[in-house]
Design a protein around this ligand. Structure first.
Ligand code: ATP
Ligand code: MG
Length: 283
């Protein structure tokens, strides 16, 4: 049984639970208990505040966990980062009142900075050779400058809209973050096998995320021209249609490439183009 620490509520909870669900690991969340066992897989989830996840995995109370890289960096736990999961993308940045002139990191010398991430900020300031006062607060960091608590803030930014709302301007990005799957460094072979099986499923889901399954009809004499436009996982499947002189072409392509080549496909004579989501890809 592999025990995975998951944020009990908050920004990473839903994406973590959907990833487990898509990997066909069935966890019933109805009971709201701390520890829930999957019905069909040797995994149990331990629901915690994200602050507690790195240490819980490092000391082996949980075997693995899902947490923001920012939280892991802040806590500095000795764990293995097994995968970047892609969701919960954000950055940790320094921001100032928007009309404040800024000409580089030296601006922060002697200033007070409010943050919930003092360790990461301290490391950055030291690397820049700057002495500043760090004011630690656990929430609503973005209002600190407005109420005179600090000269600047160091906080999570994703779209930047919270900064704009609070008349702040991002001036330095200190780190990029996303959710990571972490594991205890000394788990048993048996648990490692469960973790590997779970990773295999996660990877199949990640591989499928940016890909589309594409089907189109092509005149027989244009098949070469059309398939040349379609780099597939291996090579496209070409099947004859009931109507002579026509065939059906099936392949998998990167979603972003699709918009690039759609015009060329039509110009080459492709018709009835269907584009479908893919759930999983095993390469
Ligand atoms: P907890 O109650 O578990 O301590 P929290 O309030 O500390 O929760 P959340 O706000 O739920 O934390 O954020 C959890 C993680 O989600 C952050 O550490 C970060 O990695 C990521 N995150 C936070 N804000 C954003 C955002 N705006 N966009 C994307 N990811 C974010
Ligand atoms: Mg927290």
């Amino acid at each position: 049984m592999l025990r995975i620490a998951v944020q009990s509520k908050g920004r990473l909870h839903d994406d973590t639970m959907s990833l487990l669900r898509e990997a066909d690991i069935k966890i019933s969340e109805t009971k709201r208990t701390l520890l829930v066992r999957a019905r069909n897989f040797p995994v149990e989830t331990l629901f915690l505040r994200d602050d507690d996840i790195p240490a819980t995995v490092a000391d082996g109370v949980a075997d693995a966990g899902v947490v923001g890289l920012n939280e892991l960096e802040e806590k500095g736990a000795d764990v293995e980062i097994v995968r970047h999961l892609g969701f919960g993308a954000c950055r940790l940045s320094l921001a100032l009142p928007k009309d404040e002139p800024y000409d580089g990191p030296a601006w922060f010398e002697g200033k007070t900075i409010a943050t919930s991430y003092p360790a990461i900020l301290r490391r950055w300031l030291t690397a820049q050779g700057i002495t500043a006062t760090i004011h630690v607060i656990s929430g609503s960091v973005e209002i600190s400058t407005g109420v005179g608590l600090a000269d600047a803030i160091f906080d999570i930014v994703s779209s930047g809209s919270t900064l704009v709302t609070n008349n702040l301007r991002e001036v330095e990005t200190v780190m990029q973050s996303d959710a990571v799957l972490i594991a205890n460094k000394t788990i048993s072979d048996e648990k490692r096998a469960v973790l590997d099986e779970m990773l295999f499923r996660f990877d199949a889901i990640r591989n499928a995320e940016t890909k589309k399954y594409i089907l189109l009809n092509a005149p027989q004499d244009k098949v070469h021209e059309i398939t040349a436009l379609l780099p597939g996982v291996k090579s496209p499947t070409v099947m004859p249609l009931a109507e002579t002189g026509w065939c059906s072409v099936h392949t998998v392509i990167d979603e972003e490439r699709f918009w690039e080549i759609i015009g060329k496909l039509k110009a080459a004579g492709a018709q009835g183009i269907l584009v479908m989501d893919i759930e999983k890809i095993i390469i």
